[in-house]
Ligand binder design. Structure first.
Ligand SMILES: [Zn+2]
Length: 220
């Protein structure tokens, strides 16, 4: 279970490190924390670090297992959306720490691997253009690299999907099916005008709400 700060000396220290870490992390990524709040929705009570800036993310759970929310995105919206995003991010923080670290390692490897693949492909094409390699050799390298990148991406996104599925499952457990459905319908109509790249990312990363509902029905 999660620890409340100020329960004992050791948790105070533990919370202090998490707080400093969260603030530093958000600052490094350009979303400095502007406010802290103890948020409670239903049975769940957790500290939330609010960032104030623009950006597409409504919420995020950090490597310190803390929850951050975005004022610029969430303030204009219904409180129900904030509740959902809060519970979803809380869901991420309930994954055991070693598993989360494994998740980050896989995800980082995927990102580095895909950047590496782009580099290899561009180099191969450049070598062909300046006449240093034959077409067959270049084609072989490009195809091989693309297959590798695809496999990397597949493993990475499988981890992301499993993590997102779990987070949404936790949100559903706390909201109930009807509220969960209603919130997702509202969110989907809002996401209609995001960029194509974001749409692809959403499509690859997030499970369909119906899938989450089916899993919860199956488990109950
Ligand atoms: Zn998530």
């Amino acid at each position: 279970m999660h620890k409340h700060c100020a329960e004992s000396d050791s948790t105070v220290e533990y919370c202090g490190i998490r707080e400093l870490g969260t603030r530093f992390y958000m600052w490094v990524f350009g979303h400095p924390v502007v406010e802290e709040e103890e948020l409670s929705v239903g049975e769940v009570e957790e500290k939330v670090y609010w960032a104030g800036d623009e950006g597409f993310r409504a919420g995020h759970s950090t490597i310190f297992n803390t929850i951050t929310l975005n004022q610029a995105v969430l303030d204009p919206l219904d409180d129900r959306i904030t509740n959902y995003v809060f519970l979803h991010e809380y869901g991420h923080t309930t994954v055991p720490w070693p598993l989360r670290m494994l998740f980050y390692a896989v995800w980082l490897t995927t990102v580095v691997g895909i950047f590496g693949a782009v580099f290899v492909v561009l180099t191969a094409i450049a070598e062909f253009l300046i006449g240093q390699s034959s077409l067959v050799a270049v084609a072989g390298r490009v195809v091989g690299t693309l297959i590798g990148a695809f496999l990397f991406g597949f493993v990475g996104y499988t981890f992301v999907r499993a993590d997102e599925l779990w987070a949404d499952y936790v949100a559903l457990q706390n909201l109930g099916v009807e509220e969960f459905k209603a919130i997702h319908e509202e969110r989907e109509s809002r996401d209609r005008d995001v960029s194509l790249l974001l749409k692809i990312h959403f499509w690859l990363s997030y499970p369909k709400p119906e899938t989450v509902i089916r899993i919860s029905e199956y488990r109950d």
